[in-house]
Design a protein around this ligand. Sequence first.
Ligand code: 76U
Length: 472
Amino acid sequence: MLTLNMRSADRKSDYIYRQIYRQLKKEILLHHFLPHEKLPSKRDLAKGLKVSVNSVNSAYQQLLAEGYIYAKERSGFYVEKLDTLPVPFGSSRALNPELAESPDSRKDWLSFSHMSADRSCFPFDSWLNCEHKALRSRRTELSDDPSRFPQGIYSVRRTISRLLSVTRGVKCFPEQIVLGGGTQVLVQLLRQSFFQNATFAMEEPGYKRIYRLLTMQHADVRTIELDDRGIKMNEINRINPDVLYITPSHQFPTGIVMPISRRIQLLNWASRSENRFIIEDDYDSEFKYECDTIPSLQGLDAFDKVIYIGTFSKSLLPGLRISYMVLPQRLLKAFREKSRFIMQTCSALIQLTLQEFIDSGEYRKHIKRMKQIYSERRMRLIEELGKKFGDDVTIYGANAGLHFMSAFKSGETVDAILRRADEEKLELYGLRRCFLRSCINDREPRFILGFANLSKENIEEGVNRLYRAVYG
Ligand code: 76U
């Protein structure tokens, strides 16, 4: 007679049928039953275990559903023939220590990261109000199957198209907008929809996450160096790519703002062949200092050749994961056909909250306030760097965005400086992370200095730590 080891603690904490099911499953997996052995009848087992027939029945039904046993009509339940698992059943699985993630605790650290926006100034209460409003009044869209709006919710795209027209001079209809959970997602969509066999060209140094994304999929990606106006025109003509990926408003990472002369050259270049396109990554254009914002390249494009990509990662928060692209009308039909099976990657709740945030005027208010805050921090950081480093620091690309480039006169290597920055509890990134090709020489100590995470009060201390890192 089968005896099951039912501990009294378990009896209280779990359903009786689950305990019977678990015990039987274990016995079967340990091959304590022969293949095709008959199990005791429900009545007998219930009697033996002093439990109800119902409990045994439920356990048998679960084992049946999972395929451990099979039923023969008017005969009973039998054990299925199972192969032996290579690892003994029940052996515990420990996490390989190399794979362990440690909760990120960077207490007392100061950060020059260029990868985030300031969270201490984010209007969380207004955002929450907008989310409440979306939850109350947009229940249809929230419960809709997202395959109904693969490009994103229409009204959200209408709001974004109006915003882009006012703030960036982007000319588009909501129909041309495609939302997505990040810039990489959108570039991936472009690649698979239109550019499977295209030759890409990117700025060197540039946005490596896109370079890696494309090269990982064996795309042909060339790199083109910069002159003082941005990506070099003669190299574009020499390489003759199909798709140019550029950041004209504030070149990433060097900060060059592309002048109108180069913009016109690029648009003319694109117009000369049917297959040429420009991807304009306008990632941090909301923030421009000492003059007004510079309108997008897309707004100048009379040839329908620019694919405009933008993000709310800098203007709101990167964790929201909401980015968008504006497709030229000439690509829209093909995009819809090719991406019919795609599901929207941006959560409907985030989309609707964002719409409410923009429509209610909160977004405009937030940007206005952040412009002021970032502008003050940027000034303060430039001043502190000047005070501390004097002529030994050169700053460039500081006219826009939330970071600028810095180069230091120092006999130290980049590796040594980064190591000491770590010891100083200073988050610091070298220009090297933006070298698309690994062969580029990185001996001069150049760093990206982001100021979105450094409060005004911490700037002096941040620069002191940087000084100790640079000179030891
Ligand atoms: C984004 C560039 C050039 C887009 C960027 C960033 O996915 O919409 C940079 C690094 O949030 P997403 O991407 C926005 N285009 O620099 C933002 N910066 C990157 C993400 F933090 C990091 O890896 O150095």
